[in-house]
Every structure is written in C-alpha cells, then in structure tokens.
Design a protein around this ligand. Structure first.
Ligand SMILES: Cc1cc2nc3c(=O)[nH]c(=O)nc-3n(C[C@H](O)[C@H](O)[C@H](O)COP(=O)(O)O)c2cc1C
Length: 162
C-alpha cells in the first residue's frame, strides 16, 4: 500500500498520461476524479470554460482510495488549465476534500507557453498546507520530460527527508 496518492482530472487524456508516469515513477496509488459532467466535444469544451471562469463546482462522483486522504504522506493533485484557472472538477475536489490533504504537490497541464504558476496559490487556498512542489507541463514541448522528471526527483527527495 503506497503512502503517496495521485489524484487527477483529465478531459482528453494529457493530465492522465502525465500523472500515470509520475505515479509509476513514485510507486504511488493513482485515482481519477470526475464530476460526472459530459465535457466531450465543442459543447463540453465551452461548458468547461464557463465552469472554470465562474469558479462553479459540482459534487464529485464517489471515488475510493486505499487510505483516508489525511493518512497519505503526500497527495499529488493533477489538473488541466481551463481559461487560465484550475479545472472545475479539481476545484470541486479541493473545495470539498482539500482540508484532508495535509501535504500536497501539484501537476498542471496546459497548451500555451504560459506556465500559470499563480494557480498553485489558488489551489493552496483549499488545502490544509501550501504545496511543497509543483510543475506545469505542456505536452509535446521540448522541456516536458525534463520538467516532469525534475518534479519526480524533487518529490522523491522530499519523501526521503520526511
Ligand atoms: C475549456 C478549456 C480551456 C482551456 N484553457 C486553456 C488556457 O487558458 N491555457 C492553456 O494553456 N491551455 C488551456 N486549455 C488546454 C488544456 O489545459 C490542455 O490541453 C490540457 O493539457 C488538457 O488536459 P487533459 O487532456 O488532461 O484534459 C484549455 C482546455 C479546455 C478544455
């Protein structure tokens, strides 16, 4: 049973891919969350953008983890960027369960050159303590593997120190 948990939302698979490789490298448990909305196609894209801008959230579909969230040494939360913000399913997760996460790190995925690092502080508003590490990844960019692997090394180092 791992004491690191990767929790993520992914609409089109990019955050899923990033989180799967991170979880594998760390030997972490990995769980996807969803608010159950149909976010496919153009309508789903528009709905997602509106939800992110309004900062509205819905209840999440129930998900199970091997332990209570507060019992993990580290919870890594993964989200795509939507309209310059975190995705609304992840805002919903953090709003409802963030205080159970005592130690957190973040993975955000994006399409543009902007790193959106201000989002980390927005996410910290919902968690029991501020994040210890974070990375912003753009799929297919030159630095993707470098930044992902550096995040993995930083997290491994942190876990060794605990
Ligand atoms: C509604 C919506 C808004 C988005 N807004 C941004 C944005 O502001 N900046 C950006 O770089 N990417 C933006 N994206 C692109 C996604 O963040 C990017 O493709 C991400 O890696 C998708 O992750 P996923 O495949 O796990 O859903 C947006 C995507 C969607 C669906």
């Amino acid at each position: 049973m791992s004491d690191v948990l990767c929790l993520y939302y992914s609409r089109t698979g990019k955050t899923k891919e990033a989180m799967e490789s991170i979880a594998e490298a760390l030997g972490a448990e990995i769980v996807a969350v969803t608010d159950g909305m149909d976010r496919s196609g153009f309508k789903g894209y528009m709905r997602s953008g509106m939800d992110a801008m309004r900062k509205g959230t819905r209840n999440l579909e129930p998900f199970t983890t091997e332990k209570d969230l507060e019992d993990y040494r580290l919870v890594i939360v993964g989200t795509p960027i939507w309209a310059g913000r975190m995705s609304s399913p992840i805002r919903g997760l953090l709003k409802r369960r963030g205080l159970e996460m005592t130690r957190v790190a973040y993975v955000v995925t994006r399409d543009s050159d902007t790193r959106y690092e201000d989002i980390y502080r927005q996410m910290d508003q919902y968690t029991a303590s501020p994040h210890t590490h974070a990375v912003s990844l753009r799929m297919s960019s030159v630095g993707y593997d470098f930044w992902r692997d550096r995040f993995i090394q930083d997290v491994k180092h942190e876990l060794e120190q605990l």
